[in-house]
Each structure stands twice: as structure tokens, then as C-alpha cells.
Design a protein around this ligand. Sequence first.
Ligand code: MF3
Ligand code: CO
Ligand code: CO
Length: 269
Amino acid sequence: MNSTRGRLTKDGIRIYEPKDFVCMAKAGHVAATILDEIAPHIFVGQTTGEIDRIITGMVIAHGAKSATIGYKGYQHASCISVNHVVCHGIPADKRIKEGDILNIDVTVILDGWFGDTSRMYVAGKLARRSERLIQVTHDALFKGISAVKPGNTFGDIGNAIQTYVEEHRMSVVKDFCGHGLGQVFHAPPNVLHYGRPGTGPVLEEGMFFTIEPMVNLGRPETKVLADDWTAVTRDKSLSAQFEHSVGVTSQGFEIFTLSPTDTFHPTYK
Ligand code: MF3
Ligand code: CO
Ligand code: CO
């Protein structure tokens, strides 16, 4: 793999070149298209395992490779996190029930570039508190993205997310974070979804990373189950997450994983 592109900052964050934005946009487009295409396959009675099998086929159909199959022993093309599962839910033969909320997270590799995105889906009738959680999490991601511009810091991004979530009396998960990506899946920096303004590395044009806040209706604490992947809320409260891959531009940001059919948000178009 060519990891000699561009240069590294003193914080070890890679600065990519203008032409690399095109490669990221193509990879991100595939990941986002798959999340668009999977929507009709989510319904009460469906299994998360079947959803993952469909995603596996879609990744191939788009000429891409799954970044997660074989990653640290993970064996699926998606993570599907239902209700109180915070992230890294393993697809299985359990059926989706009325009112379940689920996050589907897909990462693909296209021509060596990584596209990583996740969003929320609902099955059947949505409870009001689930709807509120999903709305606040979605909007928190965009508060974070709005803080992306050269000269701001990663602490500014985290602070924008944390402030918004806590104003709504919900909690930000601190045990998992976003990450740099590009021609690798996970690279510096850790993109925290909480923090203080003006702290952390300074954003520069050409940085690529994800922002992927997880928000809980209850307390922020999580634990990982015995399968070594599934992260759940300790208090069993509902959790939601949205993720975009972004690049820093001279004026602000480019989102690489925008939904081609504008269906990133599950309930309000
Ligand atoms: N896509 C996840 C992320 O946002 C990582 C999943 S790793 C896996 O970083 F192995 F659990 F799939
Ligand atoms: Co990610
Ligand atoms: Co992801």
C-alpha cells in the first residue's frame, strides 16, 4: 500500500493532496449508496444476518471490497447495532422487532481508498423517545461537521457535539471515537466526540477523518460483551449513532459519504 502520499503533521495526521479528495469521494459514494440501497431490506421480522449478506453482495456489485471482513478477525461486511447496542453489533439470526432502532455501519475499500459511514434505521412504528434520540444524534453529527475548517481544533469539533447533546439531556459515549482514514482504515487522530474548545490538534486542509458520535438516552458508560465486539450501554438505555467521512477544505469541509438519494436521516427527509 502506498502510504507515502502527502506529509504528516507533528501530531502524525496525514495531509492529503487535492486529487486525493476525488478518490475519497468515490469510495464514500459507494459506502453511502449501499446504505441507501439497504433501506427497503429493513423490516419487522428481518434478521440482521440477512441484511449483512445483502450488504456483502452490494459491496461486490459496486466493485469494492469490504474493509471489515478480516479486520482484526471480524467476519462481516457491516456492523448492525440494535437498540441498546452502542456500536460493533455483529449481524446474526435474531429478528428485528416492531419499534427497533438500528445503526448500520459500512466501510468499503475502493481502489485502495476507504469510505466509512453509518446511519440509523427504524422498523415499524417509532417511539417518540427513539425519534428524539435519533434526531439529536443526527444533528449532533452536523454540529461537529460545522466546526470543521482550517484553524479550528479537534476539541472544537468534540465540544460542539457534546454541548449540543448535553443541552438535550442525553449523553455522549466517550469509550469510542472517530478516526483518521484515507488509504488506511484507522489512522491518527482519535476524533473525540467531547472536549474543550481550542484543545487538540489544529485542523489543516487535506486532513481526512470520520466523525461518528454515539449518543445514549441514559448514562454514557458502555461495556463490551464476551464476543469481544458488541458494545452496549451499561444501563441498557437506547443508543444511536451517525457517521460521515469528511475532508478539510480551504474554506471548511467536504462530506465524502453524503446520501445520493438524500435519505441519510431515516424519518425526516
Ligand atoms: N466502521 C467502524 C468505524 O466506524 C469500524 C468497524 S470495525 C469492525 O470505525 F471490525 F467492527 F467492523
Ligand atoms: Co469509522
Ligand atoms: Co464506521
